[in-house]
Design a protein around this ligand. Structure first.
Ligand code: NAD
Length: 410
């Protein structure tokens, strides 16, 4: 783009749900930097202020709106077709993860973008948080020597595993995508980024422990509002409890969180289903072991049954260790010497009001920077690197489905 005037970048939003609104909110705070010129969504387009609306992403792209970038924040299964169509029309993309639901489709999108010299930045928002970026800075400084191994846990949280991965949009690997791609492409992206190397081999195990039909209590109904009171009252997964009693934890996922709207959610939508009577097939716990180029080993635990949704990390290096509890970092050098000022822990406060520890807005800032800079090599590097995390996830799922067989990458 090579803009010298730093004009506002013009964006179209395809899908005005939780993620579309999260990125579009940047335009409200910084209208001089980002302008939303149109929104496509059949149900809630107008939740994002814009001069033009469409009911479907196809209608929108067919009218070729004048814009620089398309935000693809549609359900997973629509990413492939919409991303290819937008690239064909010459738009750069902010594409939510997963890139697409099949490995071949992910490759096709990235290859098309590269061949057309267009940028695809994936919604790997964790890279853009102060917390995870600080880990990257410490690793890159070399102050702790070389990374030898990483032990990392993504705690999904009992609330979220039931909401998203049992009752909700990401419960079925065919309708959406495997949980190890959906939930953990963020984590794989961090490993690739921190290590600056490719993953070579993967092995994985995982299954469903709790949300299985045979665990349904005798006499329980298929919807919580119809369940006998004595069963519903003692069930920790009751949708009435989750959305009406302490629903504020998930409120950000719904445009309307009024009592009336949430009662409708429990009464009429999939979120009111008994957790033992859903069409879920994604594991509620999965482990992945990886070996990277150069020999560094990484172990990931995706755990559904945890109190909080948080990530914890231990990075062992040749001369020291980084221990992260998801909010603060403990860093030590084995010789007891102190770290230089740039690597020492500092206040890891969020520096803007967006979700994901400020990562949502920081990702938009990076997108705007890349588009203004217009450096083709940098855009290509960013676009290609995003695929690595997905290749690890697909290999992990393959390994899990084949009983933990070692799967070689590339
Ligand atoms: N980066 C992250 O951390 C993160 C977090 C959550 C979700 N996601 C991903 O973001 C994407 C969107 O998830 P979400 O939570 O915003 O879902 P959502 O259901 O809240 O939003 C999706 C929106 O797309 C709209 N839509 C459906 N069909 C459409 C069509 N044909 N044309 C236009 N709009 C259409 C729906 O009406 C809905 O409003 C998914 O791919 C999801 O996996 C990423």
């Amino acid at each position: 783009m090579n803009d010298s005037d730093n004009r506002a970048i013009r964006a179209i939003v395809l899908g005005a749900g939780y993620r579309g609104r999260a990125y579009a909110a940047y335009a409200k705070e910084h209208p001089d930097q980002l302008e939303i010129v149109g929104v496509a969504d059949p149900e809630q387009a107008e939740t994002i202020p814009a001069p033009r609306y469409w009911g479907d992403w196809r209608e929108c792209l067919a009218s070729r709106p004048d814009a620089d970038v398309v935000f693809v924040t549609l359900p997973d299964a629509l990413h492939h077709e919409a991303a290819l169509a937008a690239l064909d029309k010459g738009y750069h993309l902010l594409l939510e993860k997963p890139i697409a639901t099949k490995e071949s489709e992910c490759r096709e999108i990235i290859e098309k973008a590269v061949s057309k010299g267009l940028l695809v930045i994936i919604g790997h928002v964790l890279r853009y948080t102060r917390y995870f970026a600080h880990i990257k800075a410490i690793v890159d400084s070399g102050e702790l020597g070389e990374v030898v191994s990483i032990a990392h846990q993504e705690s999904v949280g009992f609330f979220k595993i039931a909401h998203s991965h049992c009752r909700g949009n990401w419960s079925n690997s065919v309708k959406a995508s495997p949980i190890i791609l959906q939930k953990c492409s963020h984590d794989f992206d961090l490993f690739v980024w921190w290590l600056g190397r490719k993953c070579r081999r993967v092995t994985s195990f995982g299954s469903i422990k709790v949300f299985r039909p045979e665990n349904k209590p005798a006499g329980a109904a298929d919807r919580c509002v119809q369940c006998p009171e004595e069963i519903e009252r003692s069930c920790i997964w009751s949708a009435k409890k989750m959305y009406l009693d302490y629903g504020s934890q998930l409120g950000y996922m719904f445009a309307d969180t009024s009592r009336e709207a949430m009662e409708k959610v429990v009464r009429d939508t999939d979120y009111g289903r008994c957790v033992y009577a859903c069409d879920n097939d994604v594991p509620d716990h999965q482990t992945v072991n990886m070996e990277f180029e150069g020999g560094a080993t990484v172990s990931l635990v995706m755990a559904g049954y945890t109190e909080r949704n948080i990530r914890t990390t231990r990075i062992s290096c040749t001369n020291g260790e980084i221990v992260g509890d998801g909010e603060s970092l403990h860093i030590c050098r084995f010789d007891g010497s102190s770290l230089n000022a740039n690597c020492a822990p500092f206040s890891l406060r969020v520096d803007n009001p967006s979700r994901h520890g400020g990562g949502d807005f920081n990702l938009v800032v990076e997108l705007l920077r890349l588009l203004h800079a217009g450096d083709r090599d940098e855009m290509r590097r960013v676009t290609e690197e995003s695929l690595e995390s997905h290749l690890i996830a697909f290999a992990a799922e393959k390994s899990r489905l084949e009983g933990g067989r070692v799967v070689e990458l590339g």
